[in-house]
Ligand binder design. Sequence first.
Ligand code: ADP
Length: 645
Amino acid sequence: MPSKTRLKLVGAALARVRGRPGPVRFLSHAASRAARGASIMTTETLGRVAVPLAATLTAIATSPVLNRVSAGAPFVVFHLAVIVSAWFGGLLGGLLSTLAAVVVVDLLFLQPYYSLGVARIAEAALLGIFALTASLISYLVTRRKRAEERLQYALEASTDGLWDWNIAAGSVFFSDRWLESLGFTRDERPGSMAEREKLVHPEDRPHMQRLLAEHLAGHTPTYECENRLMTRSGSYRWNLARGHVVARSADGTPLRMVGTDVDISERKHFELALAASEVRFRRMAEAAPVMIWLAAEGQGRTFFNERWLAFTGRTLEHVLGQGWLDDVHPEDRATVVKGFQEALAAGAVFRCEYRLRAAEGAFRWVLDSAAPFETDGGAKASIGSCLDITDLKEIEAQRAALVREQAVSHAKDELLAQVSHELRNPLMATVLWVDRLRDSAREGPPLQRGLDAIRRLTHSQLMLVNDLLDLSRLLFGKLSLNMTQVDLPRLVNTTLELVRGMAELKPVRLEVSIDRLAGPVRGDPERLQQVLWNLVTNAIKFTPSGGTVTVRLGRTARCVRIEVIDTGRGIDPEFLPYVFDRFRQQDAEAQAHGGLGLGLSLVRELVELHHGTVRAESGGERQGARFTVDIPLAADVESGLAAPE
Ligand code: ADP
């Protein structure tokens, strides 16, 4: 095996036990260095092996001479050798030196000489005590050395510059890192703590002196101070000094203080920039013509500008956190809080209109909108602005009222046109028939047909005028009901008789299904008939010839139910929600059938006066329609249980 390869193997094997101190590590290093062709003899090698070896050999060489001076002298010199060996060669170095000393003392100074045996027990005990104390010394020296090394490494690795102030002697030690970070050489360094104090910016000095004095007097557990410190070049850097008195005399006088100086310029400049931007924000917030606030998750509101305080007449202390909610209208509070919390948690924009109490006591409408952001600590936060929109709202309301008024006046105009039209057509037809009857009185008799037509036309006019009268009664609250027990099956049959002529004329088939157990209801029979008549005539009107209109009378748990179902043109889903509104007709086709769009609105009013409900359903175009009326049973109305299902 070539020697280089062998050395590599040895190096690898030893590397596994690296981390163990002393000679093993040294041998491992040496083997790998030798494998790389490098010299084994380095300064480290000399320190670790040569110094312990030299110390031990010197002790061995001088011990016979010293033994002649005093029998205990060799032990003293061997102790020195063990200390030196442990310091430079670690625990193993110290122990090897101890072993060498034991062997040499036994061979040279204890009987029998030049043999490893010990004749006297006292001497054997002495040797044992020496071996023990020397081993203990090796252990303690190694520990101390390691602690010092660790401190040294820590100082080298950290950015902290260390100072060690011997207060009693007035001297101070500065570490290399301290000198380096402030640009001093060891010769130029401050000679005392007072000289270091002179490096502190004059403006910061009184504050620093106060903190230091407080700590020296024992009032504070540690000394900590941020100030500007002059470097060798004459410029200032921001410095964080931290220190601690490590020794005091019995009367509490500080004897020694150790501390560090750290360059915090970067952090400080960032903080100062942040503070400047904060000042800029606050100035802007105060100058802005709107109310501005800040909020952070878990803290509520953290800032309000002057304008908010002036608007609400509150102090900042009152409105911070959740206090501002006191001025939000009680009806709006839950919505505002919920909306705001959801937006904050989702990091979304918040926008809400609500009422806020102004200083003079009246509520005003505000538009609040906020944008999310994250604080330096990463917490969710929000910045919002509030605008008084009361005047805007009033203008909007006025405009809406105007639009409504215009719509009403337009509807009135339309109604007038429709009423004239609806009244003129049957009147003209009536006049025509009267003329024909007069002529035919001379010529011969189509009397029956003429009278039928006049009856029908006048009846439709009568219904129209009745509807209008009912509407005005409803509007003036003068519509009263003549309540009595109503026999609905009979009422259905008589109503259907009234419309049968109209259905046959089309023709549309009329079907009826009556549940005899439908039960009595309390109501105004005339009004209930009007309801049914309206629904059935509509169904016939909007069902083409050949279609079917079905009237069903049945019941549910608490109501009597009347259903009018047709197979006609159906109701557009967009129009369906407005079908019961006054003067609403689906389209021109609906208008062409006559009517004013009043019937269904009266139906609803009348049904509601009976504590009932009415609803319309339709699958849409040409899908037919179904109107369902529920009237509470008489028994329930009397017991006050009547509530529409
Ligand atoms: P009108 O006098 O116009 O019939 P209504 O108030 O009775 O007034 O009805 C309002 C509108 O509802 C009608 O113009 C029509 O468009 C629609 N409508 C009512 N009933 C039906 C139905 N059975 N089928 C289709 N559309 C209907």
